[in-house]
Design a binder for this molecule. Structure first.
Ligand code: HEC
Ligand code: HEC
Length: 87
């Protein structure tokens, strides 16, 4: 096969892979992780920096506290990257 033909094929594969990736991301399900709730326990965190706010989460969501995380909770480093603060 000539070199220019090979280049063509590689380009086609590249475009196909990009297209597939794009479709995959496009079809990804909407984010379902619970947002930071709007209530008296959480309202004060809405306008706080993420790092500052996250120091308080454990007071209530730590082990043995009033609302501990479920057993199957994913790795909990940086709460607010997953549980978004939505105004
Ligand atoms: C003063 C105690 C308290 C603090 C501090 C607190 N929470 Fe909560 N949180 C609760 C309680 C109680 C519930 C369960 C009732 C409810 O949904 O409000 C809850 C529920 C939640 C939920 C589940 C909401 C849902 O829709 O199921 C998320 C997510 C959450 N908290 C995240 C956080 C994060 C992140 C922080 C730190 C920025 C935090 N909480 C700090 C008491 C607290
Ligand atoms: C990697 C993403 C991620 C991080 C980081 C994270 N969580 Fe979660 N959390 C989830 C998922 C996913 C669930 C279960 C499904 C849902 O929330 O709808 C969950 C569930 C919860 C629940 C229970 C919600 C309910 O319906 O009762 C609470 C409370 C909670 N997280 C608080 C926290 C706190 C506090 C932190 C930080 C110490 C934290 N999460 C960090 C993804 C995350």
């Amino acid at each position: 096969m000539s070199n220019s033909k090979k280049t063509w094929i590689y380009n086609l594969i590249f475009v196909a892979v990009c297209g597939g990736l794009f479709l995959f991301l496009w079809n990804a399900p909407p984010e379902t992780t619970a947002k930071l709730p709007h209530d008296k326990d959480h309202e004060r965190f809405m306008n706080m920096g993420k790092k500052a706010a996250e120091q308080f989460c454990d007071d209530c969501h730590g082990k043995g506290k009033i609302y501990p995380l479920p057993k199957d909770h994913p790795p909990k480093y940086r709460c607010l990257f997953c549980h978004k603060q939505e105004k």
